[in-house]
Write a protein that binds this ligand. Structure first.
Ligand code: ATR
Length: 282
């Protein structure tokens, strides 16, 4: 029998990560002799941690806040999309070399396709926010061939930079939050990527949706609370809504597949995560 394989996630903080439960349950159910461990690593220790992971033969791992960018120069290779995004969330060992990928954006796309059966790209798409999550989603959408993707943000210059730094034929515009509110009728898909609506800002929404198309598709990447004030507003206006649980599961499923070569059961992963979140049901 070979050695048990080791996977994990590196972050700070890490204790509340749902990834260990999600991956370990799946490894066990699929009969894979491996274990996924949460590693609490402070920024100053990141280089030592990556070196240690390699020496100890860790086969693959996730990287989460706040290390997604700082890990990049510590890896042997970084995939072109992850480079463009400027963040790595998944590391895979290839014959002892660590290769970095970003599965966040594709995880979002897979979640949307699963939930809505289509990617609602017939009209324009609006991303709300211009931080790390927005970067991953924007670049993955553009890389997968979508062209009409706009970004609105509290700080307009960040949205402009995000669009400007991508050399493609994308027909993208940067908008202020106020402009987005009045132009909302142009969009068939809205993607909320800011942290507004969770933690201290629970109950708040980054934009008001009065001008939204009635049959709009609306996604929020937050999953605690289950339904943000933004999604409540969208649902009240007749939109089809989804929260961030699907993205969490699918970014993990893509990493799992890269490590093991096996497609995990995403319904089961979702169930595991929902149980951990306190038995919330859809
Ligand atoms: P992440 O990597 O999680 O996306 P981030 O890079 O800090 O986090 O980005 C957070 C996003 O939430 C940004 O778009 C931020 O807007 P700014 O670029 O103007 O900072 C947005 N955000 C945070 N607090 C906000 C608030 N009170 N109102 C509106 N947008 C806010």
């Amino acid at each position: 029998m070979g050695l048990k394989k080791l996977y994990g996630v590196i972050g700070d903080p890490i204790a509340h990560s749902l990834s260990p439960a999600m991956h370990n349950e799946e490894l066990e159910k699929l009969g894979i002799d491996a274990y996924y461990h949460p590693f609490h690593v402070k920024g100053k220790d990141l280089p030592k941690a990556i070196e240690g992971m390699k020496v100890l033969g860790v086969e693959g791992f996730n990287i989460t806040i706040p290390h997604k960018t700082d890990v990049m120069p510590l890896l042997d290779e970084v995939d072109p999309l992850a480079k463009r995004i400027g963040a790595v969330n998944t590391v895979v060992s290839n014959n002892g070399k660590y290769i970095g990928y970003n599965t966040d954006g594709q995880g979002f796309i897979d979640a949307v396709k699963e939930e809505w059966e289509v990617f609602p790209a017939s009209g324009r798409t609006l991303i709300i926010g211009a931080g790390g999550a927005a970067r991953a989603i924007y670049y993955t959408l553009i890389s997968s061939g979508l062209t009409q993707v706009d970004i609105c943000n509290r700080t307009l210059s960040r949205a402009e930079e995000l669009i400007g730094s991508h050399q493609t034929n994308a027909d993208s515009q940067a908008l202020t939050l106020k402009e987005a509110e009045s132009e909302l009728g142009r969009y068939s898909l809205l993607i909320q990527t800011t942290s507004i609506g969770m933690g201290d800002s629970e109950g708040m929404s980054p934009i008001m949706l009065q001008n939204m198309q009635q049959n709009c598709f609306v996604a929020d990447i937050i999953y605690t609370p289950w339904k943000t004030a933004f999604l409540e507003q969208a649902a009240a206006g007749g939109a089809k809504i989804q929260n961030g649980i699907g993205m969490l599961v699918h970014q993990g499923a893509l990493a799992f597949e890269k490590w093991t070569g096996i497609s995990p059961d995403t319904d089961r992963m979702k169930k595991t995560v929902m149980e951990r979140l306190g038995g919330i049901t859809c």
